[in-house]
Design a binder for this molecule. Structure first.
Ligand SMILES: [Zn+2]
Ligand SMILES: [Zn+2]
Length: 338
């Protein structure tokens, strides 16, 4: 088969790769219905933390079970399934506490930008839909695999509750779905920080009530202006840079919550500043598996349409263009069809 492989900065190739096989008796092999490019794929693509050797790309997936190992009991060939980018047993104490992405047996699921994918710990990782979903549901179901699950975690970790004022730092797909999630959780006011018109529109469609285009200290000042000098009850940091983290902490009210779900690159917190900010901080790799059943349900019942973040769909063999379009911010998120 062929799949996406990153060879170096801005060099993604669609090339021959070994077909995945069942390695352990708890594995499943999935035939991909759709996959996509993640904002976090752009870090290695842009040359941050470069890999020593060519690396298969992609970690967001949904598709039909092709084959299962002999110990797998909860899914079977022919079922449509979705899983998270971290395989988890969903039974250890960490999983039971709801942090499946830090499962004692967690394993990263990589190489999803391909027609076939091996998923370890299939019983704990994969969630099957009640039947085969219609084609038009696929983008939104794919979104639950990471980007919607991560946006949902951002809102959950920031303790969003009905009536709250929420600020979202970052207008990538995760930030936009953070706004959608906050809306579903009953936030009254949702301030999206974005300077990109198409993304502002989608943010509003997803539930944002206000848009702030300023960044950094000016952005913080705008949030304070909009909240009578108090700051937001909950702030979702969906980028992962020093500036975005500072902006998020600065935008929260005393005693408020800041979640952070963007993979941090060069973020350093200063003790005194943190001390006097008086905020709750909670984040990390989203335990998407905790939310999958609920999010799949919301999608299948037509309550949400997170697939709208895919504003570019390409055949998998044009994966290089999919990365370029996101890198140049011509696309919010690229869906890839094998
Ligand atoms: Zn991702
Ligand atoms: Zn576990």
């Amino acid at each position: 088969m062929k799949g996406a492989v990153l060879h170096g900065p801005r060099d993604v190739r669609y090339e021959d790769r070994a077909e995945p096989k069942i390695v352990r008796s708890t594995d499943a092999i999935i035939r991909m219905s759709a996959t996509c490019v993640c904002g976090s794929d752009l870090w290695p693509y842009r040359g941050f933390n470069p890999a020593a050797e060519p690396s298969p790309m992609g970690h967001e997936y949904c598709g039909i079970v092709e084959e299962v190992g002999r110990e797998v009991t909860s899914v079977k060939p022919g079922q449509f399934v979705i899983g998270s980018f971290f395989a988890s047993d969903n039974s250890c104490p960490i999983c039971k506490a709801g942090y499946q992405s830090s499962c004692q047996h967690a394993e990263f699921v990589g190489g999803a930008q391909a027609p076939l994918l091996r998923v370890p710990l299939a019983d704990g990782t994969l969630v099957a839909t009640p039947g085969a979903p219609s084609t038009d549901m696929i983008p939104s179901l794919l979104a639950t695999s990471d980007v919607f699950g991560t946006g949902w975690f951002a809102a959950d970790a920031a303790n969003v509750k009905p009536g709250m004022t929420v600020a979202v730092v970052g207008d990538g797909a995760v930030g936009l779905l953070g706004a959608l999630s906050a809306k579903r959780m009953g936030a009254e006011r949702i301030i999206a920080m974005s300077r990109h018109e198409a993304r502002q529109r989608l943010a509003r469609e997803f539930g944002a009530t206000d848009i702030v285009t300023e960044r950094g200290e000016e952005g913080v000042a705008r949030i304070k202006d909009l909240t009578n000098g108090i700051g937001a009850d909950a702030v979702l940091e969906c980028v992962g840079t020093q500036e975005s983290m500072k902006q998020a902490i600065g935008s929260a009210r005393k005693g408020g919550y800041v979640s952070y779900v963007g993979v941090p690159h060069g973020v350093q917190l200063e003790g005194q500043e943190l001390f006097f900010a008086h905020v709750h901080l909670h984040g990390g790799p989203a335990p998407v598996r905790r939310f999958l059943p609920k999010l799949i349900d919301l999608v299948l019942n037509g309550k949400v349409d997170p697939g709208k973040v895919f504003d570019l769909a390409l055949p998998l063999d044009q994966v290089a263009e999919g990365y370029r379009a996101m890198d140049e911010r011509r696309a919010i998120k690229t869906l890839l069809q094998p």
